[in-house]
Design a protein around this ligand. Structure first.
Ligand code: M6R
Length: 612
Protein backbone atom coordinates (compact mmCIF):
# COMPACT_ATOMS: atom_id res chain seq x y z
CA UNK A 1 0.00 0.00 0.00
CA UNK A 2 1.24 3.56 0.55
CA UNK A 3 4.95 4.14 1.08
CA UNK A 4 6.87 6.95 2.80
CA UNK A 5 10.51 8.03 2.57
CA UNK A 6 12.22 11.09 4.04
CA UNK A 7 15.76 12.52 4.11
CA UNK A 8 17.56 15.31 5.97
CA UNK A 9 21.28 16.00 5.56
CA UNK A 10 23.80 17.84 3.40
CA UNK A 11 23.76 15.67 0.30
CA UNK A 12 21.43 15.80 -2.68
CA UNK A 13 18.56 13.50 -1.78
CA UNK A 14 16.44 13.34 -4.96
CA UNK A 15 17.88 9.99 -6.12
CA UNK A 16 17.69 8.49 -2.63
CA UNK A 17 14.02 9.41 -2.28
CA UNK A 18 13.03 8.12 -5.72
CA UNK A 19 14.97 4.88 -5.18
CA UNK A 20 13.43 4.56 -1.73
CA UNK A 21 9.95 4.78 -3.29
CA UNK A 22 10.93 2.19 -5.88
CA UNK A 23 11.81 -0.24 -3.11
CA UNK A 24 8.19 -0.16 -1.94
CA UNK A 25 6.62 -0.20 -5.41
CA UNK A 26 5.71 -3.85 -4.90
CA UNK A 27 3.34 -2.89 -2.11
CA UNK A 28 0.95 -1.41 -4.66
CA UNK A 29 0.22 2.27 -5.41
CA UNK A 30 -1.41 4.45 -8.01
CA UNK A 31 0.36 7.80 -7.72
CA UNK A 32 3.57 9.22 -6.32
CA UNK A 33 5.00 12.55 -5.21
CA UNK A 34 8.07 14.24 -3.78
CA UNK A 35 8.85 17.50 -1.97
CA UNK A 36 12.44 18.74 -2.12
CA UNK A 37 13.93 21.65 -0.15
CA UNK A 38 17.22 23.25 -1.19
CA UNK A 39 18.95 24.84 1.82
CA UNK A 40 21.33 27.28 0.15
CA UNK A 41 18.64 28.96 -1.93
CA UNK A 42 15.72 28.28 0.48
CA UNK A 43 13.69 27.02 -2.49
CA UNK A 44 11.27 24.14 -2.49
CA UNK A 45 9.92 21.97 -5.29
CA UNK A 46 6.80 19.81 -5.27
CA UNK A 47 6.40 17.15 -7.99
CA UNK A 48 3.50 14.70 -8.18
CA UNK A 49 2.33 12.18 -10.77
CA UNK A 50 -0.44 9.70 -11.30
CA UNK A 51 0.77 6.24 -12.27
CA UNK A 52 4.14 4.61 -11.88
CA UNK A 53 7.24 6.08 -10.24
CA UNK A 54 8.89 6.10 -13.64
CA UNK A 55 6.32 8.79 -14.61
CA UNK A 56 7.31 10.78 -11.53
CA UNK A 57 10.97 10.47 -12.53
CA UNK A 58 10.15 11.81 -15.99
CA UNK A 59 8.50 14.86 -14.40
CA UNK A 60 11.48 15.60 -12.16
CA UNK A 61 13.77 18.01 -13.96
CA UNK A 62 17.34 16.78 -14.31
CA UNK A 63 18.72 19.77 -12.37
CA UNK A 64 16.40 19.32 -9.39
CA UNK A 65 18.46 18.94 -6.24
CA UNK A 66 18.00 19.53 -2.54
CA UNK A 67 19.09 18.28 0.85
CA UNK A 68 15.79 17.74 2.62
CA UNK A 69 12.83 15.86 1.22
CA UNK A 70 9.75 13.78 1.80
CA UNK A 71 8.26 11.37 -0.73
CA UNK A 72 5.22 9.14 -1.02
CA UNK A 73 3.47 6.46 -3.04
CA UNK A 74 -0.31 6.56 -2.65
CA UNK A 75 -2.84 3.70 -2.88
CA UNK A 76 -6.15 5.50 -3.18
CA UNK A 77 -8.63 5.24 -0.31
CA UNK A 78 -10.24 8.72 -0.14
CA UNK A 79 -10.65 10.03 -3.66
CA UNK A 80 -9.47 8.66 -6.99
CA UNK A 81 -5.81 8.59 -8.03
CA UNK A 82 -5.20 12.03 -9.49
CA UNK A 83 -2.76 14.92 -9.12
CA UNK A 84 -4.63 16.82 -6.44
CA UNK A 85 -5.17 13.74 -4.27
CA UNK A 86 -1.49 12.69 -4.43
CA UNK A 87 0.91 13.41 -1.59
CA UNK A 88 2.77 15.43 -0.33
CA UNK A 89 -0.16 17.61 0.67
CA UNK A 90 0.36 21.25 1.54
CA UNK A 91 -1.36 23.46 4.09
CA UNK A 92 -3.48 26.43 2.96
CA UNK A 93 -0.72 28.88 3.90
CA UNK A 94 1.83 26.88 1.86
CA UNK A 95 4.07 26.43 4.92
CA UNK A 96 3.59 22.80 5.90
CA UNK A 97 3.94 19.62 3.79
CA UNK A 98 2.70 16.20 4.78
CA UNK A 99 3.01 12.60 3.60
CA UNK A 100 0.62 10.18 5.28
CA UNK A 101 -0.09 6.45 5.34
CA UNK A 102 -3.26 5.26 7.06
CA UNK A 103 -6.76 6.62 7.43
CA UNK A 104 -8.09 9.55 9.46
CA UNK A 105 -11.51 8.24 10.48
CA UNK A 106 -12.93 11.46 11.92
CA UNK A 107 -11.90 13.53 8.91
CA UNK A 108 -15.44 14.75 8.20
CA UNK A 109 -15.86 16.39 11.60
CA UNK A 110 -12.32 17.81 11.49
CA UNK A 111 -13.02 19.19 8.02
CA UNK A 112 -16.19 20.93 9.18
CA UNK A 113 -14.34 22.43 12.13
CA UNK A 114 -11.54 23.73 9.88
CA UNK A 115 -13.95 25.05 7.24
CA UNK A 116 -15.64 27.14 9.93
CA UNK A 117 -12.29 28.80 10.66
CA UNK A 118 -11.74 29.63 6.99
CA UNK A 119 -9.79 26.68 5.60
CA UNK A 120 -10.39 25.56 2.02
CA UNK A 121 -9.87 22.04 0.70
CA UNK A 122 -8.78 21.22 -2.81
CA UNK A 123 -8.56 17.42 -2.68
CA UNK A 124 -10.82 14.61 -1.51
CA UNK A 125 -8.23 13.26 0.91
CA UNK A 126 -8.16 12.91 4.68
CA UNK A 127 -4.47 13.86 4.51
CA UNK A 128 -5.21 17.40 3.34
CA UNK A 129 -7.39 17.80 6.40
CA UNK A 130 -4.56 16.70 8.68
CA UNK A 131 -2.01 19.05 7.15
CA UNK A 132 -4.40 21.96 7.64
CA UNK A 133 -5.15 20.86 11.18
CA UNK A 134 -1.41 21.11 11.80
CA UNK A 135 -1.45 24.62 10.30
CA UNK A 136 -4.41 25.44 12.57
CA UNK A 137 -2.27 24.65 15.62
CA UNK A 138 0.95 26.12 14.26
CA UNK A 139 2.26 29.04 16.34
CA UNK A 140 5.93 28.84 15.39
CA UNK A 141 6.66 25.34 16.74
CA UNK A 142 6.00 22.54 14.24
CA UNK A 143 6.64 19.74 16.73
CA UNK A 144 4.00 21.16 19.08
CA UNK A 145 1.53 21.73 16.26
CA UNK A 146 1.88 18.14 14.99
CA UNK A 147 1.35 16.77 18.49
CA UNK A 148 -1.73 18.90 19.05
CA UNK A 149 -3.20 17.94 15.71
CA UNK A 150 -2.59 14.23 16.27
CA UNK A 151 -4.34 14.36 19.63
CA UNK A 152 -7.50 15.36 17.70
CA UNK A 153 -7.18 12.50 15.22
CA UNK A 154 -9.05 9.19 15.30
CA UNK A 155 -7.70 6.54 12.94
CA UNK A 156 -4.29 5.38 11.86
CA UNK A 157 -1.26 7.19 10.57
CA UNK A 158 2.41 7.05 9.73
CA UNK A 159 3.37 10.60 8.81
CA UNK A 160 6.31 12.72 7.70
CA UNK A 161 6.11 16.51 8.03
CA UNK A 162 8.23 19.34 6.69
CA UNK A 163 7.72 23.00 7.60
CA UNK A 164 9.24 25.79 5.48
CA UNK A 165 9.54 28.04 8.56
CA UNK A 166 11.66 25.40 10.34
CA UNK A 167 13.68 23.79 7.53
CA UNK A 168 16.29 22.25 9.81
CA UNK A 169 14.02 19.40 10.91
CA UNK A 170 11.55 16.76 9.82
CA UNK A 171 8.83 15.34 12.05
CA UNK A 172 7.69 11.71 11.93
CA UNK A 173 4.87 10.13 13.92
CA UNK A 174 3.04 6.82 13.97
CA UNK A 175 -0.17 5.20 15.10
CA UNK A 176 -0.93 1.83 13.55
CA UNK A 177 1.04 2.39 10.34
CA UNK A 178 4.70 1.35 10.27
CA UNK A 179 7.47 3.93 10.38
CA UNK A 180 11.16 3.75 11.19
CA UNK A 181 14.05 6.15 11.46
CA UNK A 182 17.29 5.33 9.59
CA UNK A 183 20.44 6.50 11.33
CA UNK A 184 23.17 7.96 9.11
CA UNK A 185 26.30 10.07 9.49
CA UNK A 186 25.47 13.79 9.30
CA UNK A 187 22.18 12.72 7.76
CA UNK A 188 19.10 10.82 8.87
CA UNK A 189 16.15 9.20 7.13
CA UNK A 190 12.67 7.92 7.80
CA UNK A 191 10.63 5.35 5.92
CA UNK A 192 7.63 3.08 6.17
CA UNK A 193 9.73 0.07 5.11
CA UNK A 194 13.36 -0.74 6.01
CA UNK A 195 14.14 -1.64 2.38
CA UNK A 196 13.83 2.09 1.49
CA UNK A 197 16.82 3.06 3.64
CA UNK A 198 18.94 -0.10 3.45
CA UNK A 199 21.23 1.25 0.72
CA UNK A 200 22.25 4.06 3.12
CA UNK A 201 22.13 2.36 6.51
CA UNK A 202 21.25 -0.87 8.26
CA UNK A 203 20.81 0.91 11.62
CA UNK A 204 17.22 1.79 12.34
CA UNK A 205 14.91 2.74 15.18
CA UNK A 206 11.40 1.31 14.85
CA UNK A 207 8.75 3.79 15.98
CA UNK A 208 5.85 2.56 18.09
CA UNK A 209 2.26 3.76 18.28
CA UNK A 210 1.71 7.29 19.64
CA UNK A 211 5.37 8.19 19.21
CA UNK A 212 6.79 11.24 17.49
CA UNK A 213 10.37 11.84 16.32
CA UNK A 214 12.07 15.15 15.66
CA UNK A 215 14.76 14.49 13.09
CA UNK A 216 17.61 16.82 12.19
CA UNK A 217 20.70 15.91 10.19
CA UNK A 218 22.66 15.26 13.42
CA UNK A 219 20.05 14.06 15.88
CA UNK A 220 16.82 12.18 16.42
CA UNK A 221 14.70 12.90 19.49
CA UNK A 222 11.94 10.43 20.30
CA UNK A 223 8.94 11.38 22.43
CA UNK A 224 5.45 10.21 23.17
CA UNK A 225 2.56 12.36 21.99
CA UNK A 226 2.31 13.43 25.66
CA UNK A 227 5.82 14.88 25.48
CA UNK A 228 7.59 12.19 27.45
CA UNK A 229 11.20 11.71 26.25
CA UNK A 230 11.98 8.16 25.11
CA UNK A 231 15.23 6.21 25.03
CA UNK A 232 14.98 4.05 21.92
CA UNK A 233 17.39 1.34 20.93
CA UNK A 234 18.98 1.12 17.52
CA UNK A 235 18.31 -2.17 15.72
CA UNK A 236 19.96 -3.81 12.71
CA UNK A 237 17.84 -4.48 9.64
CA UNK A 238 17.60 -8.27 9.54
CA UNK A 239 18.17 -8.70 5.79
CA UNK A 240 20.67 -7.70 3.14
CA UNK A 241 20.39 -5.75 -0.10
CA UNK A 242 20.58 -8.97 -2.14
CA UNK A 243 17.41 -10.16 -0.37
CA UNK A 244 15.45 -7.28 -1.87
CA UNK A 245 16.92 -7.48 -5.36
CA UNK A 246 15.87 -9.76 -8.21
CA UNK A 247 19.36 -11.31 -8.44
CA UNK A 248 19.00 -12.27 -12.09
CA UNK A 249 15.44 -13.60 -11.92
CA UNK A 250 12.81 -12.05 -14.22
CA UNK A 251 10.47 -11.42 -11.29
CA UNK A 252 10.59 -11.37 -7.50
CA UNK A 253 7.86 -14.01 -7.49
CA UNK A 254 10.03 -16.44 -9.45
CA UNK A 255 13.01 -15.68 -7.23
CA UNK A 256 10.90 -16.31 -4.14
CA UNK A 257 9.51 -19.59 -5.53
CA UNK A 258 13.04 -20.79 -6.24
CA UNK A 259 14.30 -19.59 -2.85
CA UNK A 260 12.02 -21.99 -1.01
CA UNK A 261 14.56 -24.76 -0.32
CA UNK A 262 16.54 -22.09 1.55
CA UNK A 263 13.63 -20.29 3.21
CA UNK A 264 12.17 -23.58 4.43
CA UNK A 265 15.58 -24.45 5.89
CA UNK A 266 15.76 -21.00 7.53
CA UNK A 267 12.30 -21.44 9.08
CA UNK A 268 13.44 -24.73 10.65
CA UNK A 269 16.95 -23.63 11.65
CA UNK A 270 17.71 -24.46 15.29
CA UNK A 271 14.14 -25.68 15.78
CA UNK A 272 14.47 -29.44 15.03
CA UNK A 273 15.47 -31.90 17.80
CA UNK A 274 15.83 -35.14 15.84
CA UNK A 275 17.36 -37.07 18.74
CA UNK A 276 14.30 -36.29 20.83
CA UNK A 277 11.87 -36.72 17.98
CA UNK A 278 10.48 -33.24 18.51
CA UNK A 279 10.89 -29.50 17.82
CA UNK A 280 11.44 -26.34 19.85
CA UNK A 281 10.43 -22.75 19.23
CA UNK A 282 12.34 -20.07 21.13
CA UNK A 283 9.59 -17.46 20.72
CA UNK A 284 7.18 -19.73 22.62
CA UNK A 285 9.54 -21.39 25.10
CA UNK A 286 10.70 -17.97 26.31
CA UNK A 287 7.12 -17.30 27.47
CA UNK A 288 6.28 -20.53 29.35
CA UNK A 289 3.05 -19.23 30.83
CA UNK A 290 1.71 -18.14 27.46
CA UNK A 291 2.91 -21.30 25.75
CA UNK A 292 1.22 -23.39 28.47
CA UNK A 293 -2.05 -21.65 27.61
CA UNK A 294 -1.67 -22.94 24.06
CA UNK A 295 -0.65 -26.46 25.08
CA UNK A 296 -3.61 -26.70 27.46
CA UNK A 297 -6.09 -24.78 25.31
CA UNK A 298 -9.49 -26.36 24.80
CA UNK A 299 -10.10 -24.26 21.67
CA UNK A 300 -7.83 -22.46 19.22
CA UNK A 301 -8.99 -19.82 16.77
CA UNK A 302 -6.61 -19.10 13.91
CA UNK A 303 -7.25 -15.71 12.30
CA UNK A 304 -5.68 -14.60 9.03
CA UNK A 305 -6.40 -13.33 5.51
CA UNK A 306 -5.65 -14.56 1.99
CA UNK A 307 -2.77 -16.96 1.66
CA UNK A 308 -2.14 -16.84 5.41
CA UNK A 309 -5.73 -18.03 5.87
CA UNK A 310 -4.96 -21.00 3.64
CA UNK A 311 -1.95 -21.97 5.75
CA UNK A 312 -4.19 -21.56 8.81
CA UNK A 313 -6.55 -24.20 7.36
CA UNK A 314 -3.62 -26.59 7.04
CA UNK A 315 -2.74 -25.73 10.65
CA UNK A 316 -6.28 -26.70 11.66
CA UNK A 317 -5.87 -30.16 10.13
CA UNK A 318 -2.45 -30.56 11.80
CA UNK A 319 -3.37 -29.37 15.28
CA UNK A 320 -6.56 -31.40 15.41
CA UNK A 321 -4.95 -34.60 14.10
CA UNK A 322 -1.72 -34.49 16.08
CA UNK A 323 -2.15 -32.10 19.05
CA UNK A 324 -5.82 -33.07 19.52
CA UNK A 325 -6.96 -29.49 20.15
CA UNK A 326 -10.16 -28.27 18.46
CA UNK A 327 -9.36 -25.50 16.00
CA UNK A 328 -11.53 -23.00 14.16
CA UNK A 329 -10.07 -20.96 11.31
CA UNK A 330 -11.61 -17.53 10.77
CA UNK A 331 -11.17 -14.81 8.21
CA UNK A 332 -9.76 -12.04 10.42
CA UNK A 333 -12.29 -9.59 8.98
CA UNK A 334 -15.21 -11.84 10.04
CA UNK A 335 -13.82 -12.72 13.44
CA UNK A 336 -13.66 -9.09 14.38
CA UNK A 337 -17.29 -8.29 13.64
CA UNK A 338 -19.07 -11.39 14.90
CA UNK A 339 -19.14 -12.46 18.51
CA UNK A 340 -16.65 -15.32 18.85
CA UNK A 341 -16.90 -17.28 22.09
CA UNK A 342 -13.70 -16.77 24.04
CA UNK A 343 -13.40 -18.82 27.23
CA UNK A 344 -10.46 -18.69 29.67
CA UNK A 345 -8.99 -21.68 27.80
CA UNK A 346 -9.34 -20.22 24.30
CA UNK A 347 -6.15 -19.19 22.50
CA UNK A 348 -6.02 -17.16 19.31
CA UNK A 349 -3.22 -17.53 16.75
CA UNK A 350 -2.85 -14.75 14.17
CA UNK A 351 -0.93 -15.55 10.97
CA UNK A 352 0.44 -12.79 8.74
CA UNK A 353 3.38 -12.51 6.40
CA UNK A 354 3.58 -8.72 6.61
CA UNK A 355 2.46 -8.36 10.20
CA UNK A 356 0.62 -5.21 9.10
CA UNK A 357 -2.69 -6.51 7.72
CA UNK A 358 -5.36 -4.23 9.18
CA UNK A 359 -8.07 -6.92 9.38
CA UNK A 360 -5.77 -9.29 11.25
CA UNK A 361 -4.60 -6.53 13.60
CA UNK A 362 -8.21 -5.63 14.36
CA UNK A 363 -9.05 -9.30 15.06
CA UNK A 364 -6.10 -9.52 17.47
CA UNK A 365 -7.31 -6.43 19.32
CA UNK A 366 -10.82 -7.86 19.53
CA UNK A 367 -9.50 -11.19 20.86
CA UNK A 368 -7.41 -9.38 23.49
CA UNK A 369 -10.38 -7.24 24.50
CA UNK A 370 -12.24 -10.48 25.19
CA UNK A 371 -9.36 -11.76 27.33
CA UNK A 372 -7.77 -14.31 24.97
CA UNK A 373 -4.09 -15.12 24.90
CA UNK A 374 -2.98 -14.19 21.36
CA UNK A 375 0.03 -15.67 19.57
CA UNK A 376 1.47 -14.45 16.28
CA UNK A 377 3.11 -16.20 13.34
CA UNK A 378 4.74 -13.43 11.30
CA UNK A 379 7.48 -12.96 8.77
CA UNK A 380 8.34 -9.28 9.20
CA UNK A 381 10.42 -8.74 12.32
CA UNK A 382 9.19 -5.87 14.49
CA UNK A 383 5.90 -5.60 12.59
CA UNK A 384 2.73 -4.30 14.25
CA UNK A 385 1.27 -7.80 14.67
CA UNK A 386 4.47 -9.12 16.23
CA UNK A 387 4.27 -6.28 18.77
CA UNK A 388 0.56 -6.61 19.41
CA UNK A 389 0.59 -10.36 20.19
CA UNK A 390 1.57 -11.87 23.56
CA UNK A 391 4.25 -14.10 22.04
CA UNK A 392 4.95 -15.68 18.70
CA UNK A 393 7.15 -17.28 16.11
CA UNK A 394 8.91 -15.61 13.20
CA UNK A 395 9.05 -17.34 9.82
CA UNK A 396 12.59 -16.12 8.97
CA UNK A 397 11.71 -16.42 5.28
CA UNK A 398 13.34 -13.07 4.44
CA UNK A 399 11.55 -10.16 2.72
CA UNK A 400 8.73 -11.28 0.42
CA UNK A 401 8.34 -8.73 -2.36
CA UNK A 402 6.17 -10.49 -4.97
CA UNK A 403 2.58 -9.50 -4.25
CA UNK A 404 1.54 -13.13 -4.69
CA UNK A 405 2.72 -14.82 -1.53
CA UNK A 406 4.79 -17.99 -2.10
CA UNK A 407 7.72 -18.54 0.24
CA UNK A 408 5.80 -17.10 3.20
CA UNK A 409 3.12 -19.75 2.68
CA UNK A 410 5.52 -22.70 2.82
CA UNK A 411 7.26 -21.21 5.86
CA UNK A 412 3.91 -20.68 7.60
CA UNK A 413 3.08 -24.35 7.03
CA UNK A 414 6.51 -25.32 8.41
CA UNK A 415 6.03 -23.21 11.55
CA UNK A 416 2.54 -24.64 12.10
CA UNK A 417 4.00 -28.15 11.77
CA UNK A 418 6.76 -27.32 14.26
CA UNK A 419 4.25 -26.02 16.82
CA UNK A 420 2.00 -29.04 16.25
CA UNK A 421 4.79 -31.55 16.78
CA UNK A 422 6.07 -29.86 19.93
CA UNK A 423 2.59 -29.81 21.49
CA UNK A 424 1.77 -33.33 20.34
CA UNK A 425 5.05 -34.71 21.72
CA UNK A 426 4.34 -33.13 25.10
CA UNK A 427 1.02 -34.98 25.08
CA UNK A 428 0.66 -38.37 23.47
CA UNK A 429 2.69 -38.49 20.23
CA UNK A 430 5.31 -41.25 20.50
CA UNK A 431 9.02 -40.69 20.00
CA UNK A 432 8.85 -42.96 16.95
CA UNK A 433 6.10 -40.87 15.30
CA UNK A 434 7.78 -37.58 16.20
CA UNK A 435 11.15 -38.83 14.95
CA UNK A 436 9.62 -39.85 11.62
CA UNK A 437 8.11 -36.40 11.03
CA UNK A 438 11.26 -34.51 12.08
CA UNK A 439 13.29 -36.71 9.73
CA UNK A 440 10.91 -35.84 6.89
CA UNK A 441 11.22 -32.15 7.75
CA UNK A 442 14.99 -32.40 7.41
CA UNK A 443 14.83 -33.69 3.84
CA UNK A 444 11.99 -31.41 2.76
CA UNK A 445 14.23 -28.67 1.24
CA UNK A 446 15.88 -31.26 -1.03
CA UNK A 447 12.47 -32.54 -2.13
CA UNK A 448 11.33 -29.00 -2.95
CA UNK A 449 14.54 -28.53 -4.93
CA UNK A 450 13.77 -31.64 -6.99
CA UNK A 451 10.33 -30.25 -7.92
CA UNK A 452 11.86 -26.92 -8.94
CA UNK A 453 14.35 -28.74 -11.17
CA UNK A 454 11.33 -30.03 -13.07
CA UNK A 455 9.90 -26.57 -13.75
CA UNK A 456 10.23 -26.97 -17.56
CA UNK A 457 7.37 -29.52 -17.54
CA UNK A 458 5.13 -27.05 -15.72
CA UNK A 459 6.11 -24.24 -18.09
CA UNK A 460 4.99 -26.37 -21.04
CA UNK A 461 1.62 -27.11 -19.42
CA UNK A 462 1.23 -23.40 -18.64
CA UNK A 463 1.73 -22.55 -22.33
CA UNK A 464 -1.05 -24.95 -23.31
CA UNK A 465 -3.59 -23.53 -20.87
CA UNK A 466 -2.81 -19.80 -20.77
CA UNK A 467 -5.90 -18.98 -22.80
CA UNK A 468 -8.33 -20.95 -20.61
CA UNK A 469 -11.05 -18.79 -19.07
CA UNK A 470 -11.73 -20.83 -15.93
CA UNK A 471 -9.85 -23.33 -13.80
CA UNK A 472 -11.01 -25.69 -11.07
CA UNK A 473 -8.55 -26.79 -8.35
CA UNK A 474 -9.47 -29.86 -6.32
CA UNK A 475 -7.82 -31.53 -3.36
CA UNK A 476 -8.78 -33.38 -0.21
CA UNK A 477 -7.62 -33.40 3.40
CA UNK A 478 -4.36 -31.48 3.87
CA UNK A 479 -4.45 -30.64 0.19
CA UNK A 480 -7.86 -29.02 0.11
CA UNK A 481 -6.35 -25.71 1.37
CA UNK A 482 -3.62 -26.15 -1.26
CA UNK A 483 -6.36 -26.26 -3.93
CA UNK A 484 -7.64 -22.93 -2.56
CA UNK A 485 -4.12 -21.51 -2.59
CA UNK A 486 -3.43 -22.69 -6.15
CA UNK A 487 -6.64 -21.02 -7.35
CA UNK A 488 -5.81 -17.79 -5.50
CA UNK A 489 -2.33 -17.66 -7.06
CA UNK A 490 -3.79 -18.02 -10.55
CA UNK A 491 -6.52 -15.40 -9.99
CA UNK A 492 -4.11 -12.85 -8.51
CA UNK A 493 -1.54 -12.73 -11.24
CA UNK A 494 -3.16 -14.06 -14.42
CA UNK A 495 -6.69 -12.64 -13.85
CA UNK A 496 -8.15 -16.01 -14.85
CA UNK A 497 -11.17 -17.05 -12.85
CA UNK A 498 -10.29 -20.05 -10.68
CA UNK A 499 -12.07 -21.90 -7.89
CA UNK A 500 -10.65 -24.20 -5.25
CA UNK A 501 -12.86 -26.94 -3.78
CA UNK A 502 -12.60 -30.08 -1.70
CA UNK A 503 -12.51 -32.72 -4.47
CA UNK A 504 -15.57 -34.58 -3.20
CA UNK A 505 -17.58 -31.37 -3.02
CA UNK A 506 -17.29 -31.02 -6.80
CA UNK A 507 -20.25 -33.29 -7.41
CA UNK A 508 -22.41 -31.05 -5.23
CA UNK A 509 -22.37 -28.20 -7.74
CA UNK A 510 -19.15 -27.30 -9.62
CA UNK A 511 -19.45 -30.49 -11.70
CA UNK A 512 -22.03 -28.55 -13.74
CA UNK A 513 -19.18 -26.38 -15.05
CA UNK A 514 -17.14 -29.23 -16.43
CA UNK A 515 -16.72 -29.55 -20.18
CA UNK A 516 -13.87 -29.91 -22.64
CA UNK A 517 -12.80 -26.29 -22.04
CA UNK A 518 -12.43 -26.59 -18.29
CA UNK A 519 -8.95 -27.51 -16.99
CA UNK A 520 -9.33 -29.26 -13.64
CA UNK A 521 -6.25 -29.49 -11.45
CA UNK A 522 -6.27 -32.43 -9.08
CA UNK A 523 -3.91 -32.85 -6.16
CA UNK A 524 -3.82 -36.62 -6.25
CA UNK A 525 -0.81 -37.78 -4.27
CA UNK A 526 -0.55 -41.27 -2.78
CA UNK A 527 -2.04 -40.60 0.63
CA UNK A 528 -4.82 -42.22 2.62
CA UNK A 529 -7.57 -40.73 0.45
CA UNK A 530 -5.87 -41.33 -2.91
CA UNK A 531 -8.51 -43.83 -4.06
CA UNK A 532 -11.30 -41.35 -3.42
CA UNK A 533 -9.49 -38.69 -5.47
CA UNK A 534 -9.08 -41.16 -8.33
CA UNK A 535 -12.85 -41.63 -8.32
CA UNK A 536 -13.28 -37.84 -8.52
CA UNK A 537 -10.88 -37.68 -11.48
CA UNK A 538 -12.91 -40.31 -13.27
CA UNK A 539 -16.05 -38.26 -12.67
CA UNK A 540 -14.42 -35.31 -14.41
CA UNK A 541 -13.12 -37.41 -17.29
CA UNK A 542 -16.59 -38.87 -17.79
CA UNK A 543 -17.76 -35.31 -18.53
CA UNK A 544 -14.93 -34.52 -20.98
CA UNK A 545 -13.06 -32.33 -18.47
CA UNK A 546 -9.32 -31.78 -18.98
CA UNK A 547 -7.39 -33.20 -16.02
CA UNK A 548 -3.99 -32.00 -14.85
CA UNK A 549 -2.85 -34.10 -11.90
CA UNK A 550 -0.22 -33.38 -9.27
CA UNK A 551 0.76 -36.95 -8.42
CA UNK A 552 3.38 -39.05 -6.69
CA UNK A 553 6.50 -40.39 -8.42
CA UNK A 554 5.93 -44.00 -9.41
CA UNK A 555 2.16 -43.67 -9.74
CA UNK A 556 1.36 -45.13 -13.14
CA UNK A 557 -2.39 -45.47 -12.72
CA UNK A 558 -2.74 -41.69 -12.72
CA UNK A 559 -1.02 -41.42 -16.12
CA UNK A 560 -3.84 -43.43 -17.65
CA UNK A 561 -6.66 -41.23 -16.43
CA UNK A 562 -5.09 -37.72 -16.57
CA UNK A 563 -4.36 -35.55 -19.58
CA UNK A 564 -1.22 -34.08 -17.99
CA UNK A 565 0.67 -35.23 -14.91
CA UNK A 566 3.20 -33.36 -12.77
CA UNK A 567 5.07 -35.85 -10.59
CA UNK A 568 6.41 -34.91 -7.17
CA UNK A 569 8.11 -36.85 -4.36
CA UNK A 570 6.19 -38.22 -1.38
CA UNK A 571 6.41 -37.08 2.20
CA UNK A 572 4.38 -37.56 5.35
CA UNK A 573 0.72 -36.38 5.21
CA UNK A 574 0.94 -33.13 7.20
CA UNK A 575 3.96 -31.90 5.23
CA UNK A 576 2.58 -32.75 1.78
CA UNK A 577 1.14 -29.22 1.17
CA UNK A 578 4.70 -27.89 1.07
CA UNK A 579 5.41 -30.11 -1.93
CA UNK A 580 2.05 -29.98 -3.69
CA UNK A 581 1.88 -26.17 -3.66
CA UNK A 582 5.16 -25.70 -5.55
CA UNK A 583 3.87 -26.85 -8.99
CA UNK A 584 0.77 -24.70 -8.47
CA UNK A 585 2.87 -21.61 -7.73
CA UNK A 586 4.94 -22.28 -10.85
CA UNK A 587 1.88 -22.95 -12.99
CA UNK A 588 0.27 -19.62 -11.97
CA UNK A 589 3.56 -17.80 -12.55
CA UNK A 590 4.18 -19.23 -16.03
CA UNK A 591 0.57 -18.69 -17.14
CA UNK A 592 0.73 -15.02 -16.06
CA UNK A 593 4.07 -14.53 -17.84
CA UNK A 594 2.68 -16.22 -20.94
CA UNK A 595 -0.20 -13.73 -20.87
CA UNK A 596 2.29 -10.87 -20.58
CA UNK A 597 1.26 -9.59 -17.15
CA UNK A 598 3.37 -7.84 -14.55
CA UNK A 599 3.58 -10.71 -12.11
CA UNK A 600 5.10 -8.74 -9.25
CA UNK A 601 2.57 -5.92 -9.36
CA UNK A 602 -0.81 -7.37 -10.30
CA UNK A 603 -3.59 -4.85 -10.93
CA UNK A 604 -5.58 -3.54 -7.96
CA UNK A 605 -3.60 -5.55 -5.41
CA UNK A 606 -1.37 -4.34 -2.60
CA UNK A 607 1.28 -6.43 -0.90
CA UNK A 608 0.12 -5.57 2.56
CA UNK A 609 -3.45 -4.48 3.05
CA UNK A 610 -3.30 -1.88 5.79
CA UNK A 611 -6.90 -0.70 5.48
CA UNK A 612 -9.95 -2.60 6.69
O1 M6R B 1 0.63 -10.09 5.12
P1 M6R B 1 -0.51 -11.04 5.31
O2 M6R B 1 -0.08 -12.46 5.32
O3 M6R B 1 -1.33 -10.72 6.52
O4 M6R B 1 -1.42 -10.82 4.04
C1 M6R B 1 -2.65 -11.47 3.90
C2 M6R B 1 -3.17 -11.37 2.48
O5 M6R B 1 -3.39 -10.03 2.15
C3 M6R B 1 -2.20 -11.99 1.47
O6 M6R B 1 -1.92 -13.33 1.77
C4 M6R B 1 -2.77 -11.89 0.06
O7 M6R B 1 -3.89 -12.70 -0.07
C5 M6R B 1 -1.67 -12.27 -0.95
N1 M6R B 1 -1.73 -11.38 -2.07
C6 M6R B 1 -1.77 -13.67 -1.41
O8 M6R B 1 -0.88 -13.98 -2.43
Amino acid sequence: MCGIVGYIGNKDCVRFLVDGLKRVEYRGYDSAGILIYRKNTAEHFLVKNVGKIIELEKSISSNLSGNIGIAHTRWATHGEPNHKNSHPHVSNDGNIFLVHNGIIENYTSLKKKLEKTGFTFYSETDTEILVNLIQHYYKGDIEKAVKEALLDVKGTYGIGVFCLNEPDKLIAARLGSPLLIGIGKNENYFASDPSSVLKKTSEVVYMQDREIAVITKDSVVHKTLDDELLEKSIEKISFELTDIEKSGYDHFMLKEIFEQPKTITDSMRGRLLLEEGTTKLGGLNEHPEIYNSLINADKIYIVACGTSWHSALIGEYMLEEYAKIPVEVEYASEFRYRDPIITPKTVVIAISQSGETADTLAAIKEAKRKGAVVLGICNVVGSSISKETDAGVYLHAGPEIGVASTKAFTSQVIVLALITIDIARRKHLSFRQGYKIVKELKILPALVESILENSAVIKEIAKKFSSAKNFLYLGRGYNFPVALEGALKLKEISYIHAEGYPAAEMKHGPIALIDENMPVIFIAIKDTIYDKVITNIKEVKARNGVVISIASYGDEEIDLISDYVIKIPDTTNLLSPILTVIPLQLLAYYIAVEKGYNVDMPRNLAKSVTVE
